[in-house]
Ligand binder design. Structure first.
Ligand SMILES: [Zn+2]
Length: 304
């Protein structure tokens, strides 16, 4: 087992340097400056009381405490786009930050490493697992051991993972495994939902639990756009552009680069979708959901 990594993350390159290096043009209208989230009254020390601390019902999702160690669990290289500005902000604040991905291919790993460089997450605090894309649910037991290994190596105070929202089975699997292997209350960020719909909703809360919203400074918006364009092997950038265009034409611009969303996860019954009607019933009747429940049954059998 690897020794706990206690190295303090180096400060990331300044946003201006990042943007120059990525040759990103100033994009879009510029609005409000980012606003810091109020500080929680919290006297517990990291590590010593991680369980108690993270179960405080009023604890913030975007917790500004610079002493916290943050682990970002991603299912796929490119999931980090949805929380990239916060990752960068935490590194800049002096927090120890780790990133881990359940899935990789050589190309996608290269793309993710380039983004981690931009965000300032050190090489020694990155982990790549080998879950096959789309099939993480078939490997829950072996992945749980790997999640636990990474958690023990990094010893995070905060764990952030894609939301349990029935958008992609790999995201739900990462969420389940983070909850299963870390004793604290996990933070979740929305990716998209839900897999029964032809047109999915991107990066919006669904289901139980109040969420926080962090507005971006103009530089953070440019960072988000730069990161979103850093995965040439994926269709992410094209999808985001079309999604934004679709809603702008309907008079409801979404501004995905303008903010990030994060909430303390309250829904931890993994045998129920975290969806209200009219989404819940179609999901419960769907093949992906049946596959999910079968995977949980197998996991329970293997871990009795
Ligand atoms: Zn993903």
């Amino acid at each position: 087992m690897a020794a706990p990594c206690l190295t303090r993350s180096p400060r990331p390159p300044g946003l201006a340097a990042v943007l120059v290096s990525l040759n990103v043009k100033q994009a879009g209208d510029l609005g409000l400056e980012g606003q810091a989230t109020p500080h929680a009254a919290d006297i517990l020390q990291p590590h010593e009381a991680v369980f108690l601390r993270s179960r405080m019902p009023d604890s913030l999702a975007f917790d500004p405490d610079p002493s916290l160690r943050w682990l970002f669990w991603l299912a796929h290289p490119d999931d980090e786009v949805a929380i990239a500005a916060w990752i960068h902000d935490r590194v800049a604040a002096g927090c120890a930050v780790g990133m881990a991905w359940s899935h990789r291919t050589p190309v996608r790993e290269t793309e993710a490493r380039a983004v981690a460089d931009v965000l300032g997450v050190p090489e020694a605090q990155r982990w790549f697992l080998d879950a096959p894309d789309g099939h993480a649910v078939d490997h829950l037991t072996s992945l749980a051991a790997e999640f636990a290994r990474v958690g023990e190596a990094f010893r995070p105070d905060r764990v952030v993972v894609p939301a349990f929202e029935q958008g992609h089975l790999d995201h739900d699997a990462a969420n389940f495994l983070a909850n299963r292997t870390w004793p604290g209350r996990v933070r979740e960020f929305p990716m998209y939902h839900c897999y029964t719909r032809r047109y999915q909703t991107l990066n919006a809360y669904i289901g139980n639990g109040p969420g926080e919203r962090r507005e971006h400074s103009p530089d953070e918006r440019r960072l988000k756009i730069a990161v979103a364009r850093s995965y040439p092997s994926q269709t992410l950038w094209r999808n985001v552009v079309w999604y934004e265009r679709w809603w702008r034409l309907r008079g409801r611009p979404v501004g995905l680069a303008h903010r990030e969303l994060l909430r303390v996860q309250t829904h931890v019954d993994f045998r129920r979708p975290n969806l209200d009607e009219p989404h819940r019933s179609p999901v419960e009747a769907s093949a992906p959901w049946r596959r999910w429940i079968a995977a949980l049954d197998a996991f329970d059998l293997e871990n009795e």
